[in-house]
Design a protein around this ligand. Structure first.
Ligand SMILES: [Ca+2]
Length: 486
């Protein structure tokens, strides 16, 4: 634009110079030329008059006079000269006059007119440029924001890549560990477990074999298979006197009217000859039995432990009929030996011991106590006094089982049965100071909560261990009384 303006000013200057030169040459004739004829002075711009002109050249002309016809034509042409417009357009009215160059004024007007257009265009262009600049700024900021967002995304992407890489590394490590574990540890453990499993299978098979063996044995009642010594007699004292001096199972026949039966003979204690009528030692036999069972006897007389003879007694009750018969054959003494869970041993001996027959309820008669366990059968419980103690004396009592109430506790009242509450068959009064046929408790001390009916139903000998201690072992052996002298 500036270049265009400079170009226009240059053209204007050239035209002005040409015009001035032209004005000097041309005569100042007529008022048609207008105000350009003078320039009023002002200030120091004073008019200075022209210098006097030198005299013209005179003398003879080198030319001859012109022909007359040409002068006439010139006059005519001068007379018909047309007045040409001074402003507006670049062409004469007559085309033969050629093109008329614009005057400075016309050019200025044109330029001013164009300048307005140009200004308008420039103003619009400025607005456009400003708007474009704003748009450019907006776009720049937008692009800049996009760049920042891209860089942020790139950073986040890089960080995610790092995290993924780390996670991948960890995962690969774990995978390697798991694979190594599966490839090495698992097979080893599986082999160990397979060995354990095989061992367990072997044990189970052995147990099944043992169970089958026991089932086969239990299909028939337990019998003693060990050989019976040839020596026999009416009872153990008779056998002892016949030469049987080893403690083991023998066959006795007290009376020829009865069949011989097996019994364990103690040939060592107190000079031997003792017939065992009762034995408790391990709880292997249930003593909570009916009247008939106590009458006939139950349990295991003895067992073979592999030495070829039955030298070890089992838990058993010889039977009230047999006991009655043996004790009624003559004066009989009894020794009651007992052991607690610490291994301590005491005994109670009665030089008189008789059991009447079933018709009188197997009434017990004892007398002449001696020993270390304390006399319960004659004296009752030492810790009780008066009638309460009398109620615990067993001498003179009938035998009772849970299905035959012969005790002194409200006879006739089926709800008051010593045998039912104290666990065994015995010569209960109301009810006991000793209970050799009671329940077998492992360990010794027991409580009411452990007892079936809350009573002292253990293997009790009150005058040694009290009511709430169940003995580990107890046995009753009888022998014909002979005053200790053989
Ligand atoms: Ca009763």
């Amino acid at each position: 634009m500036k270049l265009l303006l400079l170009l226009c000013l240059f053209v204007y200057s050239v035209h002005s110079q040409e015009y001035d030169d032209y004005s000097v040459v041309l005569p100042t004739s007529g008022d048609a030329l207008g105000p350009r004829a003078h320039r009023p002075s002002s200030g120091f711009d004073r008019y200075s008059p022209n210098q006097p002109a030198p005299p013209p050249i005179s003398g003879g002309s080198r030319y001859r006079g012109r022909p007359s016809t040409t002068s006439t034509d010139v006059t005519t042409e001068a007379q018909t000269k047309e007045v040409q417009p001074d402003a507006g357009g670049c062409t004469h009215l007559s085309e033969r006059m050629g093109v008329l160059c614009p005057t400075g004024c016309e050019l200025k007007s044109t330029i001013l007119k164009q300048e307005r257009n140009v200004k308008t265009a420039v103003s619009k262009l400025k607005d456009d440029v400003s708007e474009l600049s704003q748009s450019s700024n907006t776009i720049y900021r937008y692009v800049d924001g996009l760049s920042n967002a891209f860089r942020e995304r790139q950073r986040v992407s890089n960080e995610n890549g790092n995290v993924v890489g780390q996670y991948t590394n960890d995962l690969e490590g774990q995978h390697a560990f798991v694979k190594d574990t599966i490839d090495t540890t698992f097979p080893s453990n599986i082999r160990v477990l397979q060995g354990v499993l095989q061992s367990l299978r072997d044990k189970i098979q052995k147990l099944e074999t043992a169970i089958m063996s026991q089932r086969t044995k239990c299909d028939k009642p337990c019998t003693v298979s060990c050989p019976i010594p040839v020596v026999s007699g009416k009872e153990c004292e008779d056998i002892f006197r016949r030469g049987g001096d080893s403690s083991e199972m023998y066959l006795i026949q007290p009376d020829s009217f009865f069949q011989p039966y097996k019994v364990y003979c103690d040939m060592t204690t107190e000079k031997g000859g003792w017939t065992m009528i009762q034995n408790r030692q391990d709880g292997s036999v249930d003593f909570g039995r009916r009247w008939d069972s106590y009458r006939a006897g139950f349990g295991n007389i003895a067992s073979d432990t592999g030495k070829g003879f039955c030298h070890t007694p089992g838990e058993y009750w010889l039977g009230n009929d047999r006991i009655s018969q043996l004790t009624k054959m003559g004066p009989t003494e009894v020794i009651i030996e007992m052991t607690d869970w610490s291994g301590a041993k005491v005994q109670a001996m009665y030089q008189q011991f008789t059991v009447q027959g079933e018709s009188t309820g197997y009434v017990l008669s004892v007398g002449r106590y001696s020993g270390t366990a304390g006399d319960t059968l004659l004296q009752g419980a030492n810790e009780l006094v008066g009638e309460n103690r009398t109620m615990t004396i067993h001498n003179g009592m009938m035998f009772s089982t849970y299905d035959r109430d012969n005790d002194k506790w409200i006879p006739g009242d089926s709800s008051k049965q010593c045998s039912r509450e104290d666990g065994g068959g015995w010569w209960y009064n109301r009810c006991h100071s000793s209970n050799p046929n009671g329940r077998y408790y492992w360990g010794g001390p027991y409580t009411k909560d452990m007892a079936k009916h809350g009573t002292d139903d253990g293997i009790v000998w009150m005058n040694w261990k009290g009511s709430w201690y169940s003995l580990k072992a107890i046995s009753m052996k009888i022998r014909p009384f002979f005053g200790g002298a053989r």
